[in-house]
Design a protein around this ligand. Structure first.
Ligand code: PMP
Length: 431
């Protein structure tokens, strides 16, 4: 057993003054048992907690640390920006560079607005879609998570799913009525819903590859089918690429699957670990945003110099080193092959979903294609696996309903360590 006495003491203090002791629900280990670890620092592939324990990090800040922690070019860029004052609330050259870079890398984005989180990005994109179409209703997929905006806490994934509140108290009935939900990967359901609500749907929003009910890829033809339905009915198609943007390829999931949405929401990687989000898309839609158009959206810290510096360093590195995606995918394939062998060896009812460097080991023998199949997972067994991995120095997302994210800092030796830890853990929990 690791000594986690400092983390335990910090959690006791935290609970006195922070709801549940954490500033974002999934950080609490509520779904897997035990107390959360308090992290002091991280470098490359490793996290270090307050008690000095080392862990291979498979969360990577829920995605953004794709190059590994404290990556020198990112660190240097932030230092340089800091020395010139962390905020002005006025336009900067870095914001122009960032917008040009995003538009050059994400296929469907012609204009982009920076915000401060993924939640802000999706809330803003929905407002723009409503303002642009003059319609009120939106369609979202069960189990997809788009941040904590009111409209999205209906059949939501991630922590909302983990803690059993996919429909949060505090969301007004009117808002809930404007959000229509369908199962992921079910084109028929979308067609029927659109027919039933003809002329009333402003937007259809989805994670093109879901990360927030665990990793769930789109079925063949699904994204193309959604594109057709939306084009036919004047619905704004929004890809929420907060997780997949710059992770699954330089141009995100839309490049990988070759389907262009009307609007895209981004976050995570574009901030290089600092709090950033963005939404962008077709020029005609984005030009309806204030001050170019009447739809209001603003932010004191939007386009913050330090956040832009970190994000630019990260994105430039990814643009200049396209080979990084093959390397990440190679590491993912290697680890997944190792896990597949273990599933056979221990005759486990498990299935693995995987796209690029995002993957989830589901403790169910069902093929996970949507919310209903994800929920057939044995979350108690997952909790045991999580604890067994943690005790062997591998830090997984503390919920079955999350994707794991690899970083480029995970080399063959570290990948071997992950596979070995998993083998021992599965042996332990299936005894
Ligand atoms: N959209 C998706 C797909 C996400 O995964 C997340 C967060 N995990 C969000 C939106 C919300 O982003 P944030 O937590 O930065 O508000």
């Amino acid at each position: 057993m690791k000594n986690i006495s400092r983390s335990t003491a910090l959690f006791e203090r935290a609970k006195q003054f922070i709801p549940g002791g954490v500033n974002s629900p999934v950080r609490a280990f509520k779904a897997v048992g035990g107390n959360p670890l308090f992290i002091k620092k991280a470098k490359g592939a490793y996290l270090y907690d307050e008690d000095g324990n080392e862990y291979v990090d498979l969360i990577n800040s829920w995605g953004p640390m794709i190059l590994g922690h404290a990556y020198p070019a990112v660190e240097e860029a932030v230092r340089e920006a800091l020395s010139c004052s962390p905020s002005f609330g006025a336009p900067t050259a870095r914001e122009v560079e960032m917008a040009e870079l995003i538009c050059s890398m994400i296929p469907s984005v012609e204009k982009v607005r920076m915000v401060n989180s993924g939640t802000e990005a999706t809330m803003s994109a929905i407002r723009v879609a409503r303002g642009f179409t003059g319609r009120d209703k939106i369609i979202k997929m069960e189990g997809c998570y788009h941040g904590h905006g009111d409209s999205f806490l209906i059949s939501a994934g991630s922590g909302a799913l983990t803690f059993g509140y996919p429909d949060s108290p505090g969301v007004t009935k009117g808002t809930a009525l404007d959000t229509l939900t369908v199962p992921f990967n079910d084109l028929n359901a979308v067609e029927l819903l659109v027919e039933k609500n003809a002329g009333q749907i402003a937007a259809l929003i989805l994670e093109p590859v879901v990360g927030n009910m665990g990793c769930v890829p789109p079925a063949e033809g699904y994204l193309e089918g959604l594109r057709k339905i939306c084009s036919k009915s004047g619905i704004v198609l929004i890809f929420d690429e907060v997780m997949t943007g710059f992770r699954l390829s330089q141009g995100g999931a839309q490049q990988l699957y070759n389907v262009k949405p009307d609007l895209t929401t981004l976050g995570k990687i574009i901030g290089g670990g600092l709090p950033v989000g963005a939404y962008g898309g077709k020029r005609e839609i984005m030009d309806s945003v204030s001050p170019a158009g009447p739809i209001y959206q603003a932010g004191t810290l939007s386009g913050n110099p330090m956040a832009m510096a970190a994000g630019l360093a990260m994105l430039k590195h990814l643009k200049d080193n396209p080979g990084i995606y093959d390397a990440l995918n190679g590491t993912a394939n290697f680890i997944i092959q190792g896990l597949q062998k273990q599933i056979s060896k221990y005759r486990l009812s498990c299935s693995i979903n995987h796209v690029g460097s995002m993957f989830t080991l589901f403790f169910t023998d069902k093929k996970v294609i949507d919310f209903a199949s994800a929920k057939t997972s044995d979350t108690v067994l997952f909790g045991k696996y999580f604890q067994a991995m943690l005790s062997r120095g591998v830090y997984l997302a503390p919920s079955q309903y999350e994707a794991l994210f690899l970083s480029a800092a995970i080399d063959k030796t570290i990948a071997d360590r992950i596979i070995q830890a998993s083998n021992e853990s599965l042996e332990e929990i299936t005894k």
